[in-house]
Design a protein around this ligand. Structure first.
Ligand SMILES: *[C@@H]1O[C@H](CO)[C@@H](O)[C@H](O)[C@H]1NC(C)=O
Ligand SMILES: [Ca+2]
Length: 266
């Protein structure tokens, strides 16, 4: 058992992409997760350094940084029951490690459904991802599967608060594409958009498919995804806010070729 986990951890490590610029470095931990899904207040985080990079102590600090705590087994199970499915082992309460599986598959969870439980780890220096619980987490980000929706910066129409990290993962039906239209836009402006910015990724995470980063007060152009998933990420640093944004997405049925016409939208 342990051997298999070590092998999978090593495999995961070997495909970690080169680290992009660090940000949010606090208490020795990088707080920018690669991706996040949330259900019932539970969400998964991994280190910016990649999968399986957090000791138990670091895992606790990641959750605390955002005002939450490590999820308990029951919280993880409650989230799982409403569809929270993540194929990555993470720390949860009391030094236990596991992950929630909703749908059995051969690549993940040994074909089982439920919390795949590695048990209470004796060695708290082992490195895994983490499952946090924060029912009062700010209203930003999340997983959206509706056919259309308006996403907005935290607090809109008021200015967004400092130090925001939001990930909106959009997933519509297979075969559909996602059309994004900016309705309002005002984000702290600087050269290179390094302070505050939304970013669009033409994929379900923020590792691949980077399609644009925006700041200032000019409405960015519409964007059309290649496939049926997209990620919108928003970061705000610790000073200077602005009016924020509203973005509408709409699922469109499309029989267009999916590889030829996206560049005109980016
Ligand atoms: C605990 O885990 C860490 C990280 O995997 C490892 O380097 C260390 O040797 C382990 N300690 C013991 C006592 O097994
Ligand atoms: Ca700012």
């Amino acid at each position: 058992m342990l051997y298999m986990h070590t092998v999978s951890a090593l495999l995961a490590l070997s495909c970690v992409l080169t680290e992009t610029e660090a940000w949010g470095y606090k208490n020795g931990i990088l707080h920018n997760s690669i991706w996040l899904e949330q259900a019932a207040g539970v969400y998964h985080r991994e280190s910016r350094k990649g999968r399986y990079q957090l000791t138990y102590k670091e895992a606790k600090a990641v959750c605390k940084f955002e005002g939450g705590s490590l999820a308990t087994y029951d919280q993880l199970e409650a989230a799982r029951q409403i569809g929270f499915h993540v194929c990555a082992a993470g720390w949860f309460d009391k030094g236990r490690v596991g992950y929630p599986i909703v749908k059995s598959g051969t690549n993940c969870g040994y074909g089982k459904v439920g919390i795949i439980d590695y048990g209470y780890r004796l060695n708290k220096s082992e490195k895994w991802d983490v499952y946090c619980y924060n029912p009062n987490s700010k209203e930003c980000g999340g997983v959206h599967t509706e056919q259309e929706k308006i996403l907005q910066s935290p607090g809109f129409p008021d200015e967004y608060p400092d130090e925001q990290i939001c990930y909106w993962h959009i997933r519509v039906r297979y075969g559909q594409r996602i059309h994004l239209q900016f309705l309002d836009f005002d984000v702290e402006d600087d050269v290179g958009s390094i302070s505050d910015y939304p970013e669009i990724y033409d994929s379900y995470d923020d590792i691949s498919g980077f399609a644009g980063r925006y700041c200032g007060d000019e409405l960015p152009e519409d964007f059309l995804s290649t496939g049926n998933v997209m990620t919108l990420k928003f970061l705000a640093d610790s000073s200077v806010s602005a009016g924020g944004f509203r973005i509408q997405y709409t699922a469109i049925d499309s029989s267009l070729p999916t590889d030829s016409d996206t560049s005109t939208y980016t």
